[in-house]
Design a protein around this ligand. Structure first.
Ligand code: ZN
Ligand code: FE
Length: 229
């Protein structure tokens, strides 16, 4: 990995992310301008690109305030309800950022037109409200089948992939996960670590896909329930 990643807590429980490499900086989602701008100023970075995952206000609210001079990317399917896009993406697109390839996946379910951004060179996927740490986004606009197809796509990425999701929901997600798989030792261990991290006010993102495969009930829904009566 040669890029730097910054996790920026915004609003009550959102995360924005900055990716910085080769002198270029991209922002993934813009919940709130001030914490993002403060981080940029403190590090002497300026925004080159903004990558939007989906249309909800808590992901796009500060795009207009931050966009001057930046390339704004988002889903073509959502162009009518996103800030004006400089580049409108479809599933399977790829583009170059700071010398690395970025792939775009449609991960609809939470909304129709939700996309994820994957940087293979960096083993990093920005999944926002599709795949989340120990959970997934609520299915508001899509169907459960659509969410399952989206999660399956992400589950097929290399297991070392880091999952940068959109919210700090991990502890609540974990409480639910334990009702589904109370006997899963990997989940029990992870939940202990999550509680410790949250008690110290630390972020529980990014998580590694391998951990999600071992503990996230929404990725494990296709497994046989061997441990249950
Ligand atoms: Zn959302
Ligand atoms: Fe959200």
């Amino acid at each position: 990995m040669s890029f730097k990643f910054a996790i920026i807590p915004c609003l009550s429980d959102n995360y924005a992310y900055l990716v910085h490499g080769n002198g270029k900086t991209a922002l993934i989602d813009a919940p709130e301008a001030k914490p993002i701008q403060d981080y940029l100023d403190a590090h002497g970075w300026s925004l080159d690109e903004i990558w939007i995952t989906h249309h909800h206000d808590d992901h796009i609210g500060a795009v207009e305030e931050l966009r001057s001079g930046t390339v704004v990317r988002g889903a073509k399917a959502d162009a009518h309800r996103l800030p004006e896009l400089d580049v409108a993406h479809e599933d399977g697109d790829s583009f170059e950022f700071a010398g690395s390839e970025v792939r775009v996946f449609d991960v609809s379910g939470h909304t129709i037109g939700h996309i994820a951004y994957y940087i293979p060179d960096e083993s990093a996927a920005f999944t926002a409200d599709s795949l989340m740490a120990l959970g997934c986004g609520r299915v508001f606009e899509g169907t459960f089948d659509q969410m399952w197809a989206s999660l399956s796509k992400l589950a097929a990425l290399p297991p070392e992939t880091l999952i940068f999701s959109g919210h700090e929901y991990t502890e609540a997600n974990g409480r639910f996960a334990l009702t589904i798989e109370p006997e899963n030792p990997a989940l029990q261990k992870r939940m202990t670590e999550i509680k410790e991290a949250r008690a110290k006010g630390e972020a529980t993102v990014p998580s590694q896909l391998s951990e999600e495969l071992a503990t996230n009930p929404f990725l494990r829904a296709g497994l046989q329930r061997l441990n249950r009566p």
